[in-house]
Design a protein around this ligand. Structure first.
Ligand SMILES: Cc1cc2nc3c(=O)[nH]c(=O)nc-3n(C[C@H](O)[C@H](O)[C@H](O)COP(=O)(O)O)c2cc1C
Length: 421
């Protein structure tokens, strides 16, 4: 058992009830949880149920003489090894980013000298609101680790998108990793239960694969011909090398590989959110053919044919997922690998992409129609690094995958050794 302790701050969101499961799972790992509930959180879970599960005092009020005598807000903020805010409401994120200290939760967060991890959960519109995004970016700059949110169906049944609290097993894993405890797993749906041997044993590899679909209206979308085969093959090769693998997949017709955590998404924005939620990772490999543009605005009705001709579709740029991760100042994966699918001047454009995106490697390939690479089973790639260009022969996608993983494992281990000196 670990003797570790966290302070859990539960915000007033619909996902607050999931924290009961979180407390239980953490207890199984030997992690003690002391809890602060915001006033709003007490509408969603009771101090009694939280206290019964954690077997610890539950605190709610900054100006409660008994609570302050019992532990005091400063001690509370310092005694834990880690502070976890879950669910982190839009309101709590705003308070944290703005440095407010007007209730027990926000005061503790201001007074702490311990690492803070926040798991946001809210309606997708609240999450994507520029104010929330601004606050999250500020918190990341301040050193707060943001985990999630997940993409998927929300409590409001007609809403789907980024905003779901990250799955509890994933949150437990993130917390135990932050506390440097090896998690003992029971019945989890993630791949980490398999303690494998191999060149990537114990490492987390994040891979994106497939196309994205960008809706035009409820029945039409912009897509591309990516099959996801190369990304899925890399995910399997990383798993076989002993890694814990998270595969973030656009719409493909491939079956989910065994022993890999697969997150299914449709749009580029969802892929970005799922990618952020899956971090931290040791290696991130971006094979997905992410649509560069999406249609500006949203329509809930099918666009009707008009006598006057085609509709005016205005396109806006999608987020650049590779660049966002490769240029992260905190929590950047040790090795970031991008893919460049080109039809002309493959190596020239690949080399340009290496610099522009801040990636460590670019795997460039020629996807002109005559090559049959898009959707096919073979691939001819050029590995572009700061050391130059390796031209690999034509190979099965599985063999390209194995070679990438073998080289990536070597580079990772060299970088870790160099970093620990
Ligand atoms: C039914 C209901 C569900 C809510 N769910 C959420 C949520 O999931 N995420 C969120 O950020 N706010 C949610 N809110 C709004 C917060 O409860 C509100 O902003 C509150 O002031 C948050 O306080 P706190 O940040 O101190 O916990 C919800 C409100 C209601 C009434």
């Amino acid at each position: 058992m670990s003797n570790k302790r966290i302070l859990l701050i539960i915000g007033g969101g619909i996902a607050a009830y999931k924290c009961l499961e979180l407390i239980r799972r953490l207890r199984e790992q030997g992690v003690a949880t002391r809890t602060v509930l915001t006033k709003a959180a007490t509408h969603f879970v009771t101090p009694l149920s939280v206290g019964a599960l954690s077997n610890e005092a539950v605190l709610t009020n900054l100006f409660n003489l008994n609570e302050e005598r019992e532990i005091g807000h400063i001690r509370l903020s310092r005694e834990a090894d880690l502070i976890v805010v879950a669910p982190a409401t839009a309101d709590l994120l705003a308070k944290m980013a703005g440095g407010h200290a007007n209730d027990l939760a926000s005061t503790v967060l201001m007074a702490t000298n311990k690492p803070v991890l926040a798991a946001p959960a809210m309606n997708p519109h609240m999450w994507l609101h520029p104010a929330t995004q601004r606050n999250v970016a500020q918190l990341e700059r301040d050193g707060v680790t943001i985990v999630g949110p997940d993409v998927g169906e929300m409590a409001e049944r007609d809403e789907a998108g980024p905003g779901r609290l990250i799955e509890i097993p994933t949150l437990v894993e993130t917390i135990t990793t932050a506390l440097a405890i090896s998690p003992t797993r029971s019945g989890s749906n993630t791949s980490t239960s398999k303690k494998a041997k191999g060149s990537l044993a114990g490492r987390h590899v994040l891979i994106t694969a497939g196309p994205t679909h960008e809706p035009i209206d409820p029945v039409r979308y912009i897509a591309n011909r990516s099959s996801g085969k190369q990304g899925y093959a890399i995910a399997a090769a990383a798993r076989d090398a002993g890694a814990n693998v998270t595969l973030i997949s656009g719409p493909v017709t491939l079956a989910d590989p065994d022993d890999i955590t697969v997150r299914h998404i449709e749009t580029a924005q969802e892929m970005l959110e799922a990618t952020k939620a899956a971090l931290p990772a040791d290696i991130a490999i971006f094979t997905a053919a992410v649509a560069d543009w999406r249609v500006d605005g949203k329509t809930n009705s099918k666009i009707k044919k008009k006598k006057s001709g085609a509709p005016d579709l205005s396109l806006i740029e999608n987020p650049d997922i590779l660049k966002t991760v490769a240029k992260k100042r905190k929590g950047r994966p040790t090795l970031v690998i991008g893919f460049a699918a080109e039809t002309d001047a493959v190596v020239k454009f690949g080399t340009k992409k290496l610099k522009a995106k801040g990636a460590d490697w670019i795997v460039a390939n020629d996807v002109s129609a005559t090559t049959g690479i898009m959707g096919g089973d073979r691939n001819t790639v050029h590995l572009i690094t700061s050391n130059g260009v390796e031209d690999w022969p034509d190979m099965a996608k599985e063999d390209v995958a194995k070679r990438i993983i073998t080289q990536a494992a070597k580079t990772l281990s060299a970088r870790i050794k160099a970093g620990s000196k």
